[in-house]
Design a protein around this ligand. Structure first.
Ligand code: ADP
Ligand code: ZN
Ligand code: ZN
Length: 671
């Protein structure tokens, strides 16, 4: 009987052999249902070996092979194999993460071809692609040049599209997609979060009303997600728009990849296979020999460095697309020089007053949700810590709860200090809820809308609010970085930034890069149409180069400052890093596992790879698990990769306490 070699969803590098009856027509790329221990599992056939190391009597039989899908194609396997190798994650885990959940479940009944793959399905707009409708905006010279550069490229061609906020990057994407469609190819457009930018969907549907397109993201129900994925895989969908997970979607005619807001942290998967969708997009473009466009007003330093060194071709849009729209004037308010009213400076108050009088909109950015970050007792110094995490419980006054933002633990707000009984406990510090309260006290006549993950829980809520903002039914928007992403509010002329300084002194050396991108993006919401915009930033360090670069709208300048710092310190993108993380109920167990891992590596450690001492993570406890990490670093990516591949096998064999979990993270974004 033929043997099938399966990748199962297990945190182990090994593959598993089973026997499959010839009548089942075993093929690589099919899903198989197999007995595993006393359970059943779904595996993916990765090879049909001639023989197995497992001898006949032990070799178990496959229960079923599913052929409701054509076999997963070789390019899908190559991508997953690369991701598995590069991110040091077993192939089984990788393949399973790359597939929609519905395909990995054991079906109740074995179905043959439940749906034909080519017929138009719900969720896919009907076929018969015609050309795009007339009345396209005339491209600016810079836009035209960018479009031409990409359209005329041959084979693998990576581009960094660096365009200031409002420079019309979307229009470029639309043109490039149109050109891919005319060549009979599929286009993949990656976006950070689909729900945050319904405008993009509208643009696409308006521009390509006849073209079947799908939107692939994790908020879809299991059935919808499978349907959308199948449409991409069968080639029925010609445009695939999706979040990071869609970088794995098999696309038979892929001809273009666009990664919008390529700097966005949400392209990074934070558990399981910890991949960067942007980096995999680059790999995929090379594999398919097609163009890939990374777009941003604030490129990641990694991408910027690659453009500087000629690995990526740089396309620049230096000006806003709407000629009357100018970049906003950015002003710094030195908070050491003025009296704040509940955190709001007189200058910001005056600016808000003017906007209200003129009937224009304002946005106040405070990247901290909740009412206050902690509840404090002034008598004994008690703070509302989370009993399960090394973090504080955040005060949510709206529903009178204390909440941990790391483990979701919730309690009622105590009336008195649990330690000393003092009845006078105070919320300490400021979050968006408190700011909303302050502003409605200062401007009772203003219509204020708060935008954060507590106020907006669904896409529908968000769309309703966006509608409200567009109709001018909100005067002041108060919100977190949800407000910073790609929105186009024509009546918004003022952006205020409160207390952003913390990131300047944070121990995470990537924090300033993230803050800079966020502030450039949020500032970019002001003055996008004909009304001039103004940005007021409150800070204790107005002379900091980050703020100075913001005033000058000079991404390039600050990027150079940061790159020089990184180079001097030998940090990425000038070096490559990986973290070994361990968590256990006791910190000592986590640390001693890491120490053993370090010792074991001495013999394997390449001369070019540096291993640091194990240390507790900054957020040292989450959900009652203590967390520690060990940083490894090299100036050679290849050397680090070679070392990690060996080390991983050692780690799999290392003795450890039962409750200890470990994982490797390659190119970690938070250290
Ligand atoms: P970005 O994504 O670069 O921040 P957008 O793509 O949102 O900018 O474009 C900003 C605004 O400029 C939008 O209202 C868009 O319709 C408009 N726009 C883009 N290109 C042109 C053009 N060539 N002529 C006129 N308006 C344009
Ligand atoms: Zn107390
Ligand atoms: Zn917690």
């Amino acid at each position: 009987m033929p043997i099938v070699r399966l990748a199962l969803d297990l945190p182990l590098s090994r593959l598993f052999d089973y026997r499959a009856d010839d009548a089942l027509r075993p093929r690589v790329g099919l899903r198989a249902r197999v007995p595993f221990g006393n359970k059943e599992k779904i595996g993916i056939v990765v090879a049909l070996p001639e023989e197995s190391a497992v001898k006949e009597p032990q070799l178990k039989d496959v229960i079923a092979l599913y052929d409701d899908l054509p076999p997963l194609p070789p390019d899908f396997f190559r991508l997953c194999a690369f991701a598995s190798r590069y991110y040091q994650t077993p192939l089984g885990e990788t393949l399973h993460q790359a597939l929609p959940p519905a395909l990995k479940k054991i079906p109740l009944r074995k179905s043959r071809n439940p749906k034909s793959e080519t017929a138009p399905q719900k969720g896919v707009s009907p076929a018969h692609a015609k050309g795009s409708p007339a009345a396209l905006p005339e491209l600016s010279a810079a836009q035209a040049e960018a479009v031409k550069g990409v359209a005329e490229s041959q084979g693998y061609a990576p581009f960094l599209l660096y365009g200031v906020t409002g420079s019309g990057k979307t229009e470029i994407y639309l043109r490039l997609i149109a050109s891919a469609l005319t060549r009979g190819r599929q286009a993949l457009l990656l976006v950070p979060e689909i729900n945050l930018t319904p405008q993009l969907e509208r643009h696409l549907r308006a521009r390509f009303p006849e073209v079947p397109m799908v939107f692939l993201h994790s908020a879809l129900g299991a059935a919808a997600r499978e349907r959308v994925w199948r449409a991409a895989f069968s080639g029925a969908a010609r445009i695939v728009v999706g979040t990071r997970l869609s970088v794995f979607a098999p696309l038979p005619d892929l001809g273009l990849i666009v990664v919008d807001e390529e700097h966005d942290p949400s392209y990074r998967q934070q558990d399981g296979l910890r991949y960067s969708a942007r980096d995999l997009a680059i790999w995929r473009a090379r594999e398919y020999a097609i163009p890939v466009v990374l777009g941003s007003a604030t490129p990641s330093l990694e991408s910027w460095q690659r453009a500087r060194t000629g690995h990526y071709r740089l396309l620049t849009l230096p000006e806003r697309a709407i000629t009357s729209a100018k970049l906003p004037a950015v002003r710094l308010i030195d908070t050491r020089q003025c009296r704040l009213t509940d955190g709001v400076s007189p200058a910001l108050m005056e600016a808000l007053r003017q906007r209200l009088a003129r009937g224009e909109q304002s946005l106040i950015f405070l990247n901290r949700r909740g009412y206050a970050p902690v509840l404090a007792c002034p008598a004994c110094g008690w703070l509302s810590g989370c009993p399960r995490c090394a973090a504080n419980l955040v005060v949510h006054l709206a529903d009178r709860r204390l909440r941990c933002h790391h483990c979701a633990l919730e309690t009622a707000i105590p009336r008195a200090c649990p330690v000393c009984g003092n009845q006078d406990v105070h919320p300490f510090g400021r979050g968006t809820q408190r700011l909303e309260e302050t502003l409605s006290g200062l401007f009772p006549e203003a219509r204020i809308a708060r935008v954060d993950r507590d106020s907006i829980k669904s896409r529908l809520q968000w769309e309703k609010l966006l509608e409200r903002i567009h109709q001018g039914d909100a005067d002041i928007l108060v919100g977190t970085q949800m407000l910073a992403k790609g929105h186009d509010f024509p009546r918004l002329t003022l952006v205020g930034v409160l207390s952003a300084d913390a990131a300047l002194v944070a121990p995470d050396w990537r924090a300033p890069e993230r803050l800079f991108a966020q502030l450039m993006q949020v500032a970019g919401r002001a003055g996008r149409a004909s009304l001039p915009g103004e940005v007021l930033i409150q800070s204790q360090y107005p002379r900091h180069p980050l703020y100075q670069a913001l005033v000058a709208h000079d991404y390039t300048r600050y990027a150079e400052v940061l790159l020089q710092e990184r180079q001097a310190a030998g940090f990425p993108p000038f070096s490559y890093q990986a973290l070994l993380r361990a968590e256990a109920p006791k910190m000592e167990d986590a640390l001693s596992f890491l120490r053993a891992a370090r010792e074991q590596s001495q013999s394997e450690a390449h001369a070019k790879v540096m291993l640091y001492d194990p240390v507790p993570m900054r957020l040292a406890k989450v959900m009652r698990l203590e967390r520690a990490q060990l940083l490894t670093e090299s100036f050679s990516r290849a050397a680090l990769q070679a070392f990690l591949a060996q080390w991983r096998l050692t780690l799999e064999g290392l003795p450890r306490k039962r409750q200890l979990r470990w994982q490797l993270e390659v190119d970690p974004q938070e250290i």
